[in-house]
Write a protein that binds this ligand. Structure first.
Ligand code: G
Ligand code: G
Ligand code: NA
Length: 253
């Protein structure tokens, strides 16, 4: 409860920050986008994991203010990059509560307009668990995001319940293979089978596939050989501050 109060203060006083994890096209390792990940360092408790504080935010109703903060921060960052001629799509994580209780399309539209950035540079990553609640509310929220020009990605693919039915009813632009299946992909026949099935499904539906949690060259080689399009993971880049990201990919020096 004390943490909840501190989180509320952090959200309302701009004490959160974002890091950005690069995504690469496998075949030539070209940077194709970044995923925005929230960070919170409390003065007393230190760094608190988003796994923990996103849950606190959801349970306390803070989640809508928090995701509003994220969308605004991302739009402002996109503007700064565009001003320098950098066109870099940014993915934002979206929790189920945000889709069910909020109006993400309205928030994205307002913030994108305020910052004067095209919504097509924003991708929304949905965790599958929420899609089990395949409600009319979720469907219409997604439809409106899409109409705005946002891309939709299904995150943590393979770990949920309704994934297979879901992608035919609401085809996303991209699916992300959960890192649980990537961890041991070269050695575990089971994980390899799941990843192969996801890849062939995605190929036949013309979806882009991003593999998460790639830490070793062997995993990358496996994925490349089987037609995975993009990778994310510590092998190529961990989540980076804006300064580190720019120094590595956009330094003019
Ligand atoms: O960033 P890792 O670096 O620790 O992130 C842990 C989890 O927190 C991830 O599964 C990610 O989806 C979630 N997360 C990170 N940033 C955000 C955010 O801005 N919104 C939501 N809803 N979840 C986030
Ligand atoms: O599920 P989602 O994509 O939202 O998760 C993002 C989380 O995954 C963040 O906590 C991020 O720090 C973490 N992550 C990113 N790359 C790797 C990796 O190569 N290995 C591991 N173990 N975690 C990673
Ligand atoms: Na994600």
């Amino acid at each position: 409860l004390e943490l909840e109060g501190r989180l509320r203060k952090a959200v309302h006083n701009d004490l959160l920050s974002l890091v950005f994890q690069p995504k690469f096209r496998i075949k030539d390792r070209k940077l194709v986008g970044v995923e925005a990940l929230l960070r919170w360092r409390d003065a007393e408790f230190g760094d608190i994991s988003p796994n923990r504080f996103v849950e606190i935010a959801e349970d306390s109703g803070l989640i809508l203010d928090m995701s509003g903060w994220v969308v605004r921060a991302v739009c402002r960052q996109l503007r700064k990059w565009l001003d320098r001629g950098i066109v870099l799509p940014v993915a934002i994580n979206c929790s189920g509560k945000e889709l069910l209780h909020g109006d993400p399309a309205k928030v994205v539209e307002a913030e994108a307009r305020a910052a004067n950035v095209p919504p097509s540079l924003i991708e929304i990553e949905l965790t599958e668990s929420l899609l089990i609640k395949d409600s009319a509310t979720v469907q219409s929220a997604l439809k409106r995001l899409r109409q705005l020009g946002c891309r939709i990605a299904l995150d943590d693919f393979g770990t949920g319940y309704s994934s297979l039915a879901y992608i035919t009813r609401f085809p996303p632009d991209r699916i992300k293979i959960d890192k649980a299946f990537v961890r041991d992909i070269e050695n575990s026949a089971g994980d390899a089978a799941v990843a192969s099935a996801i890849l062939s499904l995605a190929h036949s539906l013309n979806l882009v596939v991003t593999a998460e949690g790639v830490e070793r060259q062997g995993q990358l080689d496996w994925l490349l050989a089987r037609g995975c399009h993009e990778v994310q993971g510590f092998l190529l880049a961990k989540p980076l501050s804006v300064a580190d990201l720019e120094a590595r990919f956009f330094s003019t020096a």
